[in-house]
Design a protein around this ligand. Structure first.
Ligand code: PMP
Length: 288
């Protein structure tokens, strides 16, 4: 079956869809994106993802490409046309295309909007959660506005490559004070030595993960104590458990950090309980 993508007003075959060579997303990474999970043909936490997309656009003064109902309609169409039952929707909005020049305020630009969807096997995801992730720690070399979900992802690309080369799945990024900011593409958590869930408070240093938010809802609902405080790699070594959250993996237990086993070296009970309950507390909505 041919894959279909939405780009600037039309649905095109994946291989034939294109954007302008002078798109500012291409030339300046002047663009933001979102990834939404599709589970049993339903969108997971779409409201929070679209709220964050709106915020990212607002922080960069990029126009919203269309109304929210229109965007949900496009998402629904892309999911349907690609027959995705379980998988991911990717959306990207750039400031638009124009003759290459750094400033943008003097131009009336039409944002570029692209939407893709692809299936992800729930069995593979489950197997990954049962095995647990291996993590390496790396310096956080990103910019000062990691709260905006931009496509300026080169530091994350390099971190992932380094992680993979070391036989790991993900990198935890460490700030200049020695605290973990987040993963290259996930938020970072531990169950600390006191048994509390610990994750860094929101700030411009990290992305306000939608899965992080819903995981905090789950923790409150099942009565887990949470502390919003940064932790070091040394704290993580002595933690009972560690895990990562993201729309593409929900709650993923971590079993190894820089070659050292975390806790028992197997997926921990708290991470597993949060993972099991996650979809019960996340918002599910039909594709319109
Ligand atoms: N931090 C970073 C840097 C990410 O790229 C992601 C995933 N896009 C996350 C955190 C997790 O965010 P979410 O739960 O909204 O997918």
């Amino acid at each position: 079956m041919a894959r279909v993508v939405y780009v600037n007003g039309s649905y095109r075959r994946h291989g034939e869809a294109h954007v302008h060579v002078e798109d500012r997303g291409f030339q300046f990474a002047d663009a933001v994106y979102e990834v939404i999970e599709v589970s049993s043909r339903q969108l997971v936490d779409a409201t929070r993802h679209l709220d964050r997309l709106r915020r990212s656009l607002g922080e960069l003064s990029i126009c919203e490409p269309m109304s929210r109902p229109a965007m949900l309609h496009v998402i629904g169409e892309v999911v349907r046309r690609n027959r995705v039952t379980d998988g991911l929707v990717y959306m990207q909005v750039s400031r638009g295309a124009t003759r290459r020049d750094f400033p943008y305020t003097d131009k009336a630009l039409t944002p570029t909007f692209v939407c893709l969807a692809r299936p992800v096997s729930p069995a593979i995801r489950k197997a990954k959660a049962q095995r647990g992730l291996r993590i390496v720690s790396l310096p956080d070399i990103r910019w000062g506005r990691c709260d905006i979900k931009t496509v300026m992802l080169l530091p994350a690309v390099l971190a992932k490559e380094q992680a993979l080369a070391a036989g790991a799945d993900e990198a935890w990024l460490v700030d200049t004070d020695g605290f973990v900011t987040e993963g290259a593409s996930s938020n970072a958590w531990i169950v600390n030595a006191d048994g509390q869930l610990q994750t860094r408070a929101l700030s411009p240093a990290l992305l306000a993960g939608v899965t992080r938010h819903t995981t905090l809802d789950v923790a409150a609902a099942i009565g887990l104590e949470v502390v919003l405080q940064p932790f070091t790699i040394a704290d993580a070594y002595v933690s009972r458990e560690a895990f990562a959250t993201s729309a593409s993996g929900a709650v993923m237990p971590i079993v190894e950090l820089d070659g050292n086993a975390i806790g028992s070296g197997r997926p921990g009970p708290v991470a597993q309980a949060l993972g099991k309950s996650f979809h019960k507390y996340a918002q599910h909505q039909d594709c319109p």
